[in-house]
Design a binder for this molecule. Structure first.
Ligand code: PGA
Length: 252
């Protein structure tokens, strides 16, 4: 089963609008064809519109880093999935461990967001991943499996097949301590097995599973060589144009 790789930068709360513009100008003509790889930048919501204008006519796609699960209403400070979709944004990252930990997002919130993202014609990048404590207790598969099942609840088979799931062990995020490629492969396979149990093997064969956590230009190819790793979600190494472009070298 061949699945198209997907490399997504996650800028988190970094860059001003002008820095984002400079970045896009620096990389936009060097992005490989999206027949080979989907290349995505997860930008802060406040300049998603500028990002979409900046990438027009290029192979770069844009993700929001979060959204609310209602389209409109009295939800001060939140971003509507309908508004994000109206800008032409293709993906929304949801359930990142920083959102779960610092902003108390629950599996139920993440599931509602997944439904809202599909209802607005976009694709969720659904993050999951265990803490160091859970990893060391040997409970990563069980913990991550429960997160994945909860996030996908009630979606159609077609929606799940088109989803992206990012396995990101919390202990590897921003720490420089990346998972071994064997660990990444095992966990991405475990995620796919959960999708197979809940939605069938055909769906599981289509869903794209990324590894994330201290991915950089020198280790990305090793992850991409794993049969169940279909891409990467990259924080720190996605911030500089040279480093971001080097993450895509594995397709050459
Ligand atoms: P990192 O972040 O690449 O800086 O470890 C990954 C992420 O949080 O998505």
């Amino acid at each position: 089963m061949s699945r198209k790789p997907i490399i997504a930068g996650n800028w988190k709360m970094n860059k001003t609008a002008s820095e984002a513009r400079e970045f896009v100008d620096a990389v936009k003509n060097a992005i490989p064809s999206n027949e080979l790889v989907d290349t995505v930048i997860g930008s802060p919501a406040i300049f998603l519109e500028g990002m979409k204008k900046g990438v027009k006519g290029t192979e770069l796609q844009v993700a929001a880093q979060n959204c609310y699960f209602e389209n409109a209403g009295a939800f001060t400070g939140e971003n509507s999935p309908a508004t994000i979709a109206d800008l032409g944004v293709e993906y929304v990252i949801i359930g990142h461990s920083e959102r779960r930990d610092y902003f108390h997002e629950t599996d139920e919130d993440i599931n509602k967001k997944a439904h809202a993202i599909f209802a607005n014609g976009m694709t969720p990048i659904i993050c999951c991943g265990e803490s160091l404590e859970t990893y060391e207790a040997g409970k990563a598969v069980e913990f991550v499996g429960a997160q994945v099942s909860a996030a996908l609840k009630g979606l159609t088979a077609e929606q799940v097949a088109s989803s992206v799931i990012a396995y990101e062990p919390i202990w590897a995020i921003g720490t420089g301590k990346s998972a071994t490629s064997a660990d990444a492969q095992n966990m991405c396979k475990a995620v796919r097995d959960v999708v197979a149990a809940d939605f069938g093997q055909e769906v599981a064969d289509k869903v794209r599973v990324q590894y994330g956590g201290s991915v950089n230009p020198s280790n990305v190819a090793e992850y991409m060589a794993c049969p169940d790793v279909d891409g990467a979600l990259v924080g720190g190494a996605s911030l500089q144009p040279d480093s971001f472009l080097a993450l895509l070298d594995f397709v050459k």
